[in-house]
Design a protein around this ligand. Structure first.
Ligand SMILES: *[C@@H]1O[C@H](CO)[C@@H](O)[C@H](O)[C@H]1NC(C)=O
Ligand SMILES: *[C@@H]1O[C@H](CO)[C@@H](O)[C@H](O)[C@H]1NC(C)=O
Ligand SMILES: *[C@@H]1O[C@H](CO)[C@@H](O)[C@H](O)[C@H]1NC(C)=O
Ligand SMILES: *[C@@H]1O[C@H](CO)[C@@H](O)[C@H](O)[C@H]1NC(C)=O
Ligand SMILES: *[C@@H]1O[C@H](CO)[C@@H](O)[C@H](O)[C@H]1NC(C)=O
Ligand SMILES: [Zn+2]
Ligand SMILES: [Zn+2]
Length: 626
């Protein structure tokens, strides 16, 4: 037993320890809080000519209502661009706005209307772009191409530049969307700029349009040669190529173009803008040429600047700069230098557009809740087998609710449903589930089709489609090329196949867009880590200081091309005929896989249901909640 005195002393010592711990905790809190959260924004580097770049906006003009990092809307972006143009003008510099296409498919604002885009396009065109071009999502359905030709092109006139995509007039003549190229002078620096606009070699366009590959244009089309001949290097200060093409070193198309341009213009500065693969990226083509790609879904405004004077420029980093601006008000205010007078930031037009967005959302009832989501479900922040993975949710719970449309459709006892992972566009976030959510997560309105196949064959189809992730398959003559990588989400497009194979073993952080080495990881996970917002940590040819806001890196796990919901009976034999159900959109891939498996089908696929993924999800949320 302790004597009373000792006991008292022990209590005092104990209390003293508690007090010290508390003080340390407070100290820790203050130490943490005293790190300026907004001060973390990296400044832009201005040059003689500067660019704001967007790509793959896919209708996200309302901003991200559930994500603070991307909370600015299109009206804020308009105010931002105006403010930066004022800074440029005051300093005698130029600022050009550039967009790389893909403005449909991905958000209720663009996709709930018929035709798709009828409400969102009038909002998009309020931004005062200087150069813009077309994406593949303007070319799947004819109505969208018509809208592009009849609304967007006339609005921007000569600023719409498209070198390899054409529109078919009612009399059968093909004409370019906008101009095939443009030569103009910038307002402040009086720089002579030659501009081209290119789409990647896309072959699923509607019949009312025509895409010629970059290679064919460069090699065969006389207008291109003539454009180069009539603009000799001494008359061109800068070449700008706006592309809906990935700028990655792994994607050869722009590099092919670059080689040809360099033959004619060995010394001219060239700036490329890319898109389509939905990532932040920046590549160095050579000492006088770089490329910028600015993400997706109004998460990013890309920034590029060029110092045009060659004196005193020692290396490429002194000539070119790049930044990836988080699409939020805090970043916009910072770069526009309005942090101290926020209330004066908005321009009249910016406010008008914000109001237009609000009104449009109301009219379309985009905020009407259908149910509630109790957790976050991710496309690739967790592995596909994880409970919080959206594909796991789909294959185990939601796809199983799919029913044939009519009772006269014959069904087998067993079934495999295959979906391409690209049919899911975005994460499903905790909170109210609205019509907008449906379009954000899965905007595509496809029909389900089915084939009756022996089970032994059907079970191999998914595996085949995933195996072929990096190979371009040539099909029979006349048939379009099959590229199974296109089945996966665009931002995973350039993922090496080996990483997919070893997917189940991976627990480590995975590149975005290239692997973090240990030092980097330690740097990122250092003392600042806990309070940094989660987001992009972009590795590009200039390093990893491009993101305007330092983030805690998100982990992107590889996603296969397709996932399957298997409703099979282990006791039946491989000869048993079962249903293989899939979106008609991927029919060419399914047929390709069957051919690869040496299975000859005798009948074409049958219609199964119109209940596309978005509708299945809606029903599921209403009935069960998630
Ligand atoms: C088709 O129509 C366009 C625009 O009206 C015209 O310029 C073109 O000459 C026509 N082509 C033919 C083959 O009639
Ligand atoms: C382009 O030229 C090559 C070689 O002359 C030829 O093989 C190819 O068919 C041409 N392509 C087009 C679209 O004219
Ligand atoms: C930012 O704005 C303040 C006035 O609000 C001005 O004094 C300052 O010079 C500006 N900074 C820059 C870098 O333009
Ligand atoms: C199946 O039933 C639907 C109506 O429920 C009908 O429209 C369709 O023609 C029928 N199909 C066949 C093959 O009988
Ligand atoms: C699975 O198949 C066996 C053999 O045909 C059959 O007896 C059994 O009822 C089936 N199970 C289910 C769940 O359909
Ligand atoms: Zn896109
Ligand atoms: Zn695209």
């Amino acid at each position: 037993m302790f004597e009373a005195g000792i006991y008292r002393k022990l209590v005092l010592v104990f209390l003293a320890i508690v007090a010290v711990v508390q003080v340390l905790k407070l100290y820790h809190i203050f130490a943490v809080r005293s790190q300026p959260p907004a001060g973390a924004i990296r400044d832009l580097t201005w040059g003689d000519i500067n660019f704001l770049h967007t790509t793959d906006t896919h209708g996200w003009y309302s901003g991200h209502l559930n994500q603070k990092s991307y909370n600015a809307n299109w009206g804020d972006f308009i105010s931002f661009a105006t403010r930066l143009k004022q800074i440029a003008a005051a300093n005698g510099q130029d600022l050009l706005l550039v967009d790389s296409g893909d403005r449909h498919d991905g958000n209720g604002l663009s996709d709930i209307t018929i035709p798709n885009g009828i409400a969102s396009t009038p909002i998009f065109i309020q931004q005062d772009y200087d150069i813009l071009t077309i994406g593949n999502h303007e070319l799947y359905v004819w109505e969208n191409s018509v809208q592009e030709y009849e609304t967007v092109v006339p609005h921007f006139k000569e600023k719409y530049v498209c070198s390899n995509v054409e529109f078919k007039l009612p009399n059968g003549t093909f004409v370019p969307f906008g101009q095939k190229y443009r030569f103009f002078q910038t307002p402040n620096q009086k720089l002579n700029v030659l501009t081209f606009g290119f789409l990647f070699d896309f072959n699923r366009n509607n019949d009312g349009t025509k895409v010629t590959s970059i290679k064919d244009v460069v090699d065969n089309e006389s207008w291109f040669q003539e454009a180069l001949e009539s603009h000799p290097p001494e008359k061109v200060d800068l070449i700008v190529v706006v592309g809906h093409v990935p700028i990655s070193h792994k994607w050869p198309e722009l590099f092919y173009l670059h080689e040809k341009l360099r033959e004619k213009y060995p010394e001219t500065k060239i700036q490329y803008f890319g898109g389509h693969s939905h990532i932040r990226d920046f590549t160095v083509f050579d000492e006088k040429s770089t490329a910028l790609q600015s993400g997706r879904y109004c998460e990013t405004v890309g920034w590029a600047s060029i110092n045009m004077k060659d004196d005193n420029v020692r290396n490429i980093r002194e000539r070119y700069s790049r930044s990836y601006i988080d699409f939020n008000l805090n970043s916009f205010l910072h770069h526009a230098n309005f942090t101290d007078n926020k209330d004066q930031f908005d321009t009249e037009k910016g406010l008008e557009v914000s109001t237009l967005i609000k009104k449009t959302r109301k009219k379309l009832e985009l905020n009407r809740p259908l149910g509630y989501v109790n957790d976050n479900y991710y496309v690739d922040y967790v592995p596909v087998w994880d409970k919080k993975n959206i594909f796991n949710l789909l294959t185990t719970k939601i796809l199983t609710t799919l029913q044939p449309e009519n009772s006269n459709i014959t069904v087998a006892e067993e079934r495999i449903i295959i979906i391409n992972t690209g049919s899911i566009r975005y994460d499903l976030y905790k909170g109210p589930y609205t019509i907008d959510t449906q379009y954000i997560v899965s905007p595509f309105e496809n029909q389900w089709h089915k084939l009756s196949l022996p089970k032994s064959v059907a079970v191999k189809v998914g595996r085949k489609l995933n195996e072929n992730s990096y190979i371009l398959a040539n099909t029979e003559q006349g048939m379009k090329q099959i590229d199974n990588r296109q089945l996966a989400p665009p931002h995973q497009l350039l993922m090496p196949y080996e990483e997919l194979l070893s997917m189940e073993k991976r627990q480590d952080i995975f590149k975005y867009p290239i692997a973090l080495n240990n030092d980097d990881k330690i740097a990122i996970e250092s003392k600042h880590r806990a309070k940094l917002p989660k987001g992009y940590v972009t590795y590009d040819d200039f390093g990893h200081d491009g993101d305007d806001t330092p983030h805690k890196a998100v982990v992107n796990y590889p996603v296969p091309n397709v996932v399957e919901s298997k409703q099979l009976n282990k006791s039946t034999s491989g000869d048993t005929i079962i249903d293989l159900v899939f979106y008609d959109f991927i029919t060419p891939n399914i047929l390709w896989a069957l051919k690869e498996l040496n299975y000859h089908i005798t009948e074409s696929s049958e219609f199964y249901s119109n209940q596309y993924l978005g509708l299945l999800m809606n029903e599921y949320v209403k009935e069960s909640g998630i």
